[in-house]
Design a protein around this ligand. Structure first.
Ligand SMILES: Nc1ncnc2c1ncn2[C@@H]1O[C@H](COP(=O)(O)OP(=O)(O)O)[C@@H](O)[C@H]1O
Ligand SMILES: [Mg+2]
Length: 248
């Protein structure tokens, strides 16, 4: 489903933000990307959705090497990857309905995209997805009237509208309180499992990673510290991961 081959990222003279990263993710896996702030989690996820090319190495998504594709073929692969972000990346001035419909923009012709801004389109499908994330009654509200947890539910509904094979989530709950965080991770993992979607999520709370994910990929100082089944992660692994980054 996803493969990173010998990839590294250099942003500037300061050195490598990520280096020597190789890993593969099989269909239907639920992978937690863990590690301290600055370890390289967001950068790695940006490789996987094609929003950034690594300085060296190769990223293969659904059997296709992203940097070898022309723009239109790459867009086609990118439709199969949905991304959820920490700060939701929603459009504040628009309604919940419009934000969910934004998940289809990669598929719709321009006329339909423009029409969708003027009149409500696709309402039954949006409503169904919003019901599945527990906020069906909010469909016509402006996004700004929703709480943080509700906004992240809108972001999940938008990804369901996109209906990709792969879902990436970059710290999807780090701006939410612990109870809402648990509910969102529970919802996201359940929806992905039910629909057979491959999920890679970066999380800063290890307890949620351990409870809801099958595999842990741990990054520290831009390197892969371990990559193993979640059940095999020891407390020693975790203390090594989170002890000061600069001492090794
Ligand atoms: N656009 C950028 N330009 C320069 N340095 C960057 C950029 N993005 C990330 N970095 C650096 O790369 C490292 C990894 O960052 P990041 O992937 O955001 O880590 P994480 O998501 O684990 O907190 C950090 O040292 C960060 O400062
Ligand atoms: Mg990050």
């Amino acid at each position: 489903m996803l493969e990173i081959r010998g990839a590294g990222q250099r942003f500037n003279e300061a050195g490598w933000a990520l280096r020597d990263i190789s890993l593969g993710v099989a269909p239907g896996e639920r992978v937690a990307l863990i590690g301290p702030s600055g370890a390289g989690k967001s950068t790695l996820l940006s490789w996987l959705n094609g929003s950034r090319f690594p300085t060296v190495g190769e990223i293969v998504v659904l059997g296709q090497s992203l940097h070898r594709l022309n723009t239109s073929r790459r867009r086609k692969v990118q439709r199969q990857i949905g991304t959820i972000y920490q700060q939701f990346h929603l459009i504040n001035n628009l309604s919940v309905l419009h934000n969910v419909n934004a998940g289809r923009l990669g598929y719709w012709p321009l006329w339909k995209s423009i029409l969708s801004l003027l009149v409500p389109v696709n309402v039954p499908h949006c409503r169904q997805l919003l019901d599945q994330v527990g906020i069906g009654e909010q469909i016509y509200k402006p996004l700004t009237q929703l709480s943080g947890g509700q906004q992240q539910r809108v972001a999940i509904a938008r990804v369901l509208m996109q209906n990709p094979q792969i879902v990436l989530a970059d710290e999807p709950v780090s701006s939410l309180d612990p109870e809402r965080s648990r509910a969102i991770v529970d919802l996201l993992t359940q929806l992905c499992s039910d629909r057979g979607k491959t999920l890679v999520a970066s999380l800063h709370t290890v307890d949620l990673a351990q409870k809801y994910f099958d595999r842990a990929i741990a990054l520290k100082n831009g390197r892969l510290l371990f990559d193993k089944p979640m059940a095999a992660v020891t407390s020693q692994d975790l203390s090594q991961l989170y002890e000061s980054q600069d001492q090794d």
